[in-house]
Write a protein that binds this ligand. Structure first.
Ligand code: XMP
Length: 321
């Protein structure tokens, strides 16, 4: 089934919100639903729409998969508590790291994250709570890239011929599936979400696992988490669409304390884009690049090489895997 796009310039936010609230209420009916909040603009918008439609009948959970940025679960939960929405943090770190052990193939990594999320964690949560539906913030770009076989986005099923009700035991509601990122931002703003959320930089579903080439382990996540914090601090004033760090699998020879150090490589990417379908690297000033190189090598243990990506999408993609 083809999803019909609503172009951002033609999007009537008030009408869209009213229609989606009605649609969610109708689909859930007298049952209850769960929403998987990640704190990104898409899942935050889907959560607020769901909250407006269902109130107490919507359970909001944040799955701490161990792959998120520094203090992300606590930050997101307190942001939503300020909006009057209670968020339960589910500690699923062990399940994700166990499932990711030894996995190096990019698509397999995505598949493992998906399976752990929907089949292990959510199927159990839904069963225990008695909810019949999962509400989530899938957008059109996620669907298109999955169908095109570019990347298996972790939240796309129906378009791949997977019936979530049969596969996982619950229905999936996707109120944002006809929109692109800029359309979602428009809805989020009208819904009254804070600027810190509606202007929030995109972040991938598989989280920092999408930024590690090779095996994802707690130790390697620690490295990429620190590198991500540095990139986000240093590039926040650029106004770029998205910026990130990637941990490479290959090591290179460096020098530390005047001795050979066969160390780690971090690649930095900073993107100009409107809707993430195409993107170009930001022409960052050289002094910012130098600061990044200094901080990465001084503050992230084991890093001896820092590079900046100068390739556009396509042929590159924005994340590493
Ligand atoms: P790529 O790497 O495909 O990224 O060029 C395009 C945009 O999508 C984000 N991204 C994801 N978002 N689930 C998501 O919700 C995913 O599995 C996923 N993978 C990539 C990426 O951060 C960028 O904004």
């Amino acid at each position: 089934m083809k999803t019909k796009e609503i172009k951002t310039r033609e999007l009537n936010a008030g009408k869209f919100i009213k229609e989606k609230i009605e649609e969610i209420s109708k689909t859930v009916g007298s049952n209850s639903a769960i929403t998987a909040l990640s704190g990104g603009v898409d899942s935050s918008t889907a959560t607020l729409l769901g909250h407006k439609a269902l109130g107490e009948k919507l359970k909001v959970v944040f799955i701490d998969n161990g792959l998120m940025r520094e203090n992300e679960p606590q930050k997101v939960a307190s942001m939503f508590e300020e909006l009057g929405i209670l968020v339960e943090i589910i500690d699923a770190k062990k399940q994700f790291f166990n499932a990711l052990k030894g996995v190096t193939d990019p698509e397999q990594k995505r598949e493992v994250v998906t399976r752990t999320f929907y089949k292990k964690i959510f199927a159990k949560l839904v069963r225990e709570s008695g909810a019949k539906c999962l509400l989530q913030g899938t957008i059109l770009t996620d669907i298109e890239e999955t169908i095109a076989g570019i990347k298996r986005q972790h939240n796309v099923f129906e378009q791949l011929g997977i019936d979530p009700e049969k596969a996982f035991g619950y229905k999936i509601i996707e109120p944002l599936r006809q929109l692109r990122k800029d359309g979602v931002r428009k809805i989020a703003k009208v819904l009254g979400l804070p600027k810190s959320i509606y202007e929030r930089m995109p972040f991938p579903g598989p989280a920092l696992a999408a930024r590690i080439i090779g095996e994802v382990t707690p130790e390697r996540i620690k490295i990429i988490r620190k590198a991500t914090a540095i990139v986000e601090e240093e590039l926040k004033e650029t106004g770029a669409f998205q910026y990130l760090a990637i941990l490479h699998h290959d090591r290179v020879t460096g020098i530390r304390n005047r001795k050979r150090d066969f160390g780690l490589q971090i690649e930095i990417r900073c993107w100009e884009s409107v809707d993430a379908r195409t993107a170009a690297p930001t022409r960052l000033p050289y002094d910012i690049l130098e600061t990044l190189a200094k901080r990465m090598t001084n503050e992230v243990p084991g890093v001896v090489s820092v590079t900046y990506n100068i390739t556009s999408k396509p042929p590159s993609t924005m994340e590493a895997i």
